[in-house]
Every structure is written in C-alpha cells, then in structure tokens.
Design a protein around this ligand. Structure first.
Ligand SMILES: O=C(CO)[C@H](O)[C@H](O)COP(=O)(O)O
Length: 222
C-alpha cells in the first residue's frame, strides 16, 4: 500500500472549486499534484503556484493551471510534505532542497496541510538533519557559525558536486540529534548572516494528513 499516496489524495479532498493552491515538493506532494491534475480534467477550477521547478514541471505535465506569483494575492491552501513532524505540527522540511520557496508559499497560504506517511511523525524533532539554505559567499564562515550551535553541518552534494537549490544557493544539512528548543534554534539560525532560511516550520501547519500501514488515514489538527 502506498501510504504517501493515500495521505496526499485525502488532503486533496480539502481543495474546493475556485481555490488558489500551493503545490508542495517531494514524493508525497507528487501524489497530490497528480490527483489535482485528474480533478482539473474532470472540471475542478483552481489556480496554483509551485514550490520548486520540479513541481512546476509535474503540474504542467498533469494539466494543473499555474499562475505567476505576482498575479496572486495569497493562497487558500498549500499541500506539502515534511521530513519530520511532531504532535504540535512543528516540522522539519527541506529534504528535497525546496525549503525557501516552500516557506514563502506556506507563509502566504491561509492553510498549510502536511501530507506524510506514519514514519515522519516523531515525539521530538531532530533525528532528520535540519536543512539550512546558505549563500555561497564566505560559506566557510557560515559553516563555522553553524558548528558553533553544536551541530555537525554537512554541505549537501548531488552526484559528487555541491547541490544547488532552485535559488542558486547551497544546503548545509545540520545534525543536531535532538532539537530541544526549536523556537530558540530558529531565532539563532536566522541571526546568522549567510543563512537564507532553514527547514524549521513552526506554527505554520494547520493540519497533517498521515497515512498508516493499516490503510487508515488520520488527520492531526492544530
Ligand atoms: O521539504 C521537502 C522538500 O524540500 C519535502 O516536502 C520533504 O523532503 C518530504 O519529502 P517526501 O514527501 O519525498 O518524503
């Protein structure tokens, strides 16, 4: 059973005719985009924006109508995946490297619905390395500043080359093991010049739709 698919398809049930929708990135958001494409073919009318070039391409392939950001004053709903979520719906995102666009889109959405399989639900965030998007200029200094926060940052690579985000930046994956105070960590990270954004999404998600191996889907709300 495809737990990501059942979660994503359930979340798409919250999309109503006429809505402006944010399209997430990753292998769970993939199924939401495919389902929206099917519904659009059956007559659903929506306007969408994508959180990555990959999701933009997928939406185009599936006939989901994309609108330039500048033409929309905010979104009704965004459906996106997560790398970890806790029971307060605090998230780690950015495993696919799209965290900056994902955060911008989530911020401008009335609702952020997270779709995930049960493996993503945790008691305490931090097992998944926190993705941090950094600019290339003086990146060694930025990496030193990250190390000073008692984590082990690793520059993300892709086929032996440095991974470059859709925004032309690098990703430092930061191993904290346990994040005991996510708000304080977010504050400290965003105080470091050279960090563009980081993958903690706190107080942003309003619902999480979780697929379980029993075939059951449950919805957590905040
Ligand atoms: O944040 C993300 C991309 O930047 C993804 O939503 C996150 O990595 C989850 O991906 P998947 O659904 O493939 O497990």
């Amino acid at each position: 059973m495809n737990l990501k698919r059942i979660a994503a398809e359930k979340a798409v049930e919250f999309v109503e005719d006429g809505m402006k929708v944010g399209l997430g990135t990753g292998s769970t958001a993939y199924w939401a985009i495919c389902k929206l494409g099917e519904l659009v073919k059956e007559g659903l009318s929506i306007q969408a924006v994508a959180t990555s070039l990959a999701s933009e391409k997928l939406a185009q392939e599936h006939g989901v109508p994309l609108i330039p950001f500048a033409k929309l004053d905010g979104l009704d709903l965004t459906i996106d995946g997560a790398d970890e979520l806790d029971h307060q719906l605090r998230l780690i995102k950015g495993g696919g490297g799209a965290l900056l666009r994902e955060k911008i889109v989530a911020f401008h959405s009335k609702q952020l619905i997270i779709v995930a399989d049960e493996s993503k639900l945790v008691d305490t965030l931090g097992t998944f390395p926190l993705p941090v998007e950094i600019v290339s200029f003086a990146m060694e200094w930025t990496m030193d500043a990250l190390r000073a926060l008692h984590c082990k940052p690793m520059l993300r690579t892709d086929e032996e080359k440095l991974f470059v985000t859709d925004n032309g930046n690098y990703i430092a994956d930061c191993h904290f093991e346990v994040i005991s105070d996510a708000e304080e960590l977010q504050r400290r990270l965003m105080g470091i010049p050279g960090i563009v954004d980081q993958g903690l999404f706190l107080g942003m998600a309003s619902k999480a739709v979780i697929g379980h191996s029993s075939g059951h889907v449950n919805i957590l709300e905040r």
